[in-house]
Design a protein around this ligand. Structure first.
Ligand SMILES: [Zn+2]
Ligand SMILES: [Zn+2]
Length: 215
């Protein structure tokens, strides 16, 4: 199992990175990204903290911790600047908080995030086919969310990915220990969005290839 979108207590999650990592290690995870909510105010605080955790704990854990960030409710005009800044700070996984139907995310956020070249567009709501095509072109993951509310449009996202050829990722968007997806629950999220078993297996190998490409 790999998850590219989770939160620890550096934003609104519950766990210190060490426990966060341990919780998924016992679930047999290969890798997990901690991607706390950030904007201009805290991005330079969070990324180095998670990098520090990863540097120490990756020596002793079966699960690889990846330092990431989730650019959250930032104006679309700032998306490119903050994506670049996240990478300069050393973030390995840049997630954008997409246009979920359960929050007033600014219109244009999906597009700006894709143009900025994030790694994962989280819960992109009613993403357009044009935007899904841009994701496909740029190799950016569209997310099927395991989180209540955000998951309402998973079926639509899966359909847009199928029509455009965009890659999909199944992520928990976990905020606490009860939120991590088991292998079986992640499969249910995928199949529940209408994917075939074959397509779901493709997701797992696309996510693994991405993780292996990170130095
Ligand atoms: Zn959150
Ligand atoms: Zn999130």
């Amino acid at each position: 199992m790999i998850d590219l979108h989770t939160h620890c207590f550096f934003s609104d999650g519950e766990l210190v990175p060490a426990e966060h990592l341990r919780r998924v290690e016992v679930l047999g995870y290969e890798a997990i990204a901690i991607t706390d909510h950030a904007d201009s105010s805290n991005i330079d605080f969070i990324v180095p903290r998670i990098l520090k955790a990863a540097e120490d704990m990756n020596k002793f854990a079966e699960t690889r911790l990846l330092a990431g960030i989730e650019l959250t409710h930032v104006p679309p005009q700032l998306m490119a600047k903050l994506t670049q800044y996240a990478r300069e700070l050393g973030a390995k996984v840049v997630v954008a908080h997409g246009e979920t139907v359960v929050e007033p995310v600014r219109q244009g956020t999906n597009r700006a995030a894709l143009e900025a070249g994030v790694d994962v567009l989280a819960h992109p709501g009613f993403i357009t086919l044009e935007d899904a095509q841009l994701a496909a072109q740029k190799g950016i993951f569209l997310e099927l969310s395991g989180r209540k509310g955000h998951s309402l449009t998973n079926g639509h996202v899966a359909k847009m990915a199928a029509e455009s050829g965009a890659k999909l990722a199944v992520n928990a968007d976990a905020h606490g220990p009860g939120d991590f997806l088991t292998t079986e629950m992640a499969r249910i999220v995928g199949l529940g969005a209408g994917l075939t078993e074959e397509r779901y297996d493709q997701i797992r190998s696309d996510m693994a290839a991405f993780v292996h490409s990170i130095r």
